[in-house]
Design a protein around this ligand. Structure first.
Ligand code: ADP
Length: 191
């Protein structure tokens, strides 16, 4: 029951540049790929829009979807559910586009087998930093971390890097346009 769409999973350590690379790809290929919007039970922050940043559901609504088998994968983080629904996947495919997941490496482990079980082709990319020092300076430059969380992210990154061989492609995010071209080649080679 394989269908004609490929689901892309773009992963890699926090701060490696997943969002940055994706923004470039999306702006060039908006008709061919679309990012999966995560569903969550956490409260919206100011400015967050339902359907754009997240789908915001109540805990009861989310749990009904779990029971109905409508969540492809989910996790409970600090008391809030986060996950992706089969409805979201089908919405993107119904527009004739290939769905893209941007997830941390822990997310990938559950996602790939579950997508394959549902008949999707899956193609996985691990984005790597040129070096740990460069990762550190990107995290610092982004200005979103205090020293403790920066050190935790770097320690996680060292462990996550060991998983790179489980991915179909390993791409170093050195100069942004090189990385964008390589990730684009993976996504658009077949069609
Ligand atoms: P992620 O989504 O993987 O956590 P981001 O896309 O937020 O990472 O990028 C982290 C920081 O690194 C951002 O400040 C971004 O501008 C910077 N960055 C991303 N790609 C590159 C690159 N190729 N060269 C230099 N800086 C980059």
């Amino acid at each position: 029951m394989e269908n004609q769409y490929t689901v892309f999973i773009l992963s890699g350590p926090s701060g490696v540049g997943k969002t940055t690379v994706w923004d470039e790809i999306r702006s060039k290929h908006v008709d061919r790929v679309e990012r999966i919007v995560t569903t969550t039970t956490r409260a919206p922050r100011p400015g967050e829009v339902h359907g754009t940043h997240y789908y915001f559901l109540s805990k009861g609504e989310f749990e009904s979807k779990i029971v109905a088998g409508e969540m492809i994968e989910y996790a409970l983080v600090h008391g809030n559910y986060y996950g992706s629904s089969s409805e979201e996947l089908e919405r993107i495919v119904s527009h004739g586009k290939n769905p893209v997941y941007i997830v941390d490496p822990q997310g990938m482990a559950h996602l790939r087998p579950e997508l394959m079980r549902r008949g999707y082709r899956v193609s996985t990319v691990f984005l790597m930093p040129p070096s740990i020092d460069e990762l550190k300076s990107r995290l610092r430059g982004r200005g979103t971390e205090d020293d403790d969380s920066l050190n935790i992210r770097l320690a996680n990154a060292m462990v996550e890097m060991e998983e790179k061989d489980f991915y179909d492609y390993q791409i170093v995010n050195d100069a942004l346009e090189n990385a964008v071209a390589k990730v684009g080649a993976v996504m658009f080679a077949r069609s």
